[in-house]
Design a protein around this ligand. Structure first.
Ligand code: AMP
Length: 428
């Protein structure tokens, strides 16, 4: 066996799943089932897939996501080669906006609805539900400032969860206002917090000047109690943003989507303005954030566009979704079935398996056989392991008469079938 192991915080996705540091990683068929559901719902929203490189210029992320965010300040897998700085993408919104601008997708007219599914990388401390290589899926609606676009991203995420049977989650919603609202609010927060700053943790104290809104995210009960009565962002945002926020809520109300107004929700990425939201699992506990998103009209110009390109989107964790499905007993994707497993006895029958499997596969059947010349018993065991519907047993006698013994594994019945009828029998 190899002396190498996958890097801590990364994992393999195996046919029957794996256990990684006490965490259960779902079988690959569960990933496929979830991916199919995502694609189906995205299609229903008129979204088309975008695939961008895993490697991006580091500056795209530091400029796009923001220098002061955790992602950029301490979680990037970045390296230099020649004169270029590369980063393994930690998120997908900045790369999608880069691609949109690079390929002038705005010239296609109208609004672009782009969705993605793929791996992202963050140098976090690995723990349950928090990995160094994880997978995000998401939707970006680019080119629309209409409040329906904000509501639609939220509803789209909800529809994906519901398509999979999941509905025990809470949507938290806030408005971050326009580009001027936040500096105004930041100043008010600094003034409120400074008198008791010495009672804060070191992490929070360090955030006071640079990013005081992140202090509001604190999980410490002591800090939370100190923050009671802190100024609310809602009181500092501009009138237009307020009206936009009310419109988003009215659209959600119109389709019966419940949400909680959370005036302290700021999210850890710098590019959001106006709408910010988070979808939290009611069952997953500390790593319960299923998805987050919001409006990011400020990102386009940050990346060099001459005019603001209004945009809104969500990003969701695949691992978190799979964990939530398992917690709700909804994960059980059935193991895929083979139509037939060919069981060969003797050299002539072994030679028969190869062309026979090929022609049965040509007819649309899923077929496998033993590749190791093993005993009959071992072949039967393998057929069972692979969950075959039929076992097709052939030895010298069968070859001579042009027939096979076909065993129906569900009915436990067996019959003799001529070779020319074999495909029909297996297709039943
Ligand atoms: P973010 O891009 O930080 O807003 O994250 C969006 C979603 O991605 C979160 O709600 C999580 O579901 C998921 N996520 C973020 N970071 C990780 C991670 N390190 N491991 C697993 N899932 C993650």
């Amino acid at each position: 066996m190899s002396s190498f192991k996958s890097i801590s915080g990364t994992f393999d996705i195996l046919p029957d799943g794996e256990t990684s540091g006490g965490d259960t990683i779902a079988p690959s068929r569960d990933w496929q089932r979830v991916e199919q559901a995502i694609r189906k719902v995205m299609q229903a929203y008129g979204a088309e897939e975008i695939r961008t490189p895993i490697l991006e210029p580091t500056e795209l992320i530091s400029r796009g996501v923001g220098q002061l965010t955790d992602i950029v300040s301490k979680e990037m897998f970045a390296f230099e080669r020649g004169n270029t700085n590369y980063v393994l993408r930690p998120e997908m919104t900045a790369p999608v906006m880069r691609a949109y601008q690079q390929h002038h997708l705005d010239q296609k007219g109208g609004v672009q609805r782009l969705y993605y599914i793929g791996p992202c990388f963050r140098a976090e401390r690995p723990q349950k539900g928090r990995y160094r290589q994880f997978h995000q899926f998401g939707l970006e609606i680019i080119g629309a400032s209409d409040a329906r676009a904000d509501a639609e991203t939220i509803v789209c995420a909800v529809d994906i969860y519901r398509a999979l049977g999941l509905d025990n989650f809470t949507i938290r919603l806030n408005s971050l206002g326009d580009a001027e609202s936040r500096p105004r609010y930041k100043q008010a927060l600094i003034e409120f917090i400074t008198p008791f700053a010495d009672q804060l943790s070191e992490v929070s104290r360090n955030r006071l000047e640079s990013n005081p809104m992140r202090i509001l995210d604190t999980k410490s009960e002591k800090e939370q109690s100190l923050l009671v009565g802190a100024p609310k962002l809602a009181d500092y945002i501009d009138e237009e943003s307020k009206a936009h926020h009310n419109e988003v809520k009215a659209y959600l109300d119109a389709v019966g989507i419940k949400y909680v107004d959370d005036p302290f929700l700021v999210r850890g990425l710098d590019y959001y303005s106006r709408t910010a939201f988070e979808i939290e699992s009611d069952t997953l506990g500390s790593q319960g954030s299923l998805a987050g998103g919001g409006r990011y009209d400020l990102l386009s110009t940050e990346l060099g566009a001459k005019q603001v390109i209004p945009a809104v989107g969500f990003a969701a964790g695949m691992e978190r979704l799979l964990m939530a499905l398992e917690a709700a007993n909804l994960s059980g994707g059935e193991k895929t079935r083979l139509d037939a497993f060919l069981v060969a006895m003797g050299d002539a029958a072994i030679n028969w398996t190869f062309p026979t499997a090929r022609s049965l596969r040509d007819l649309g059947l899923d077929v496998a056989y033993d590749l190791k010349g093993r005993s009959m018993k071992a072949q039967l065991r393998e057929a069972n392991r692979q969950n075959a519907r039929f076992m097709v047993i052939v030895g010298d006698e069968e070859l001579a008469s042009g027939t096979a013994q076909v065993k129906d594994m569900d009915q436990s019945s067996q019959k003799t079938v001529s070779f020319d009828q074999l495909a029909n029998e297996l297709k039943r």
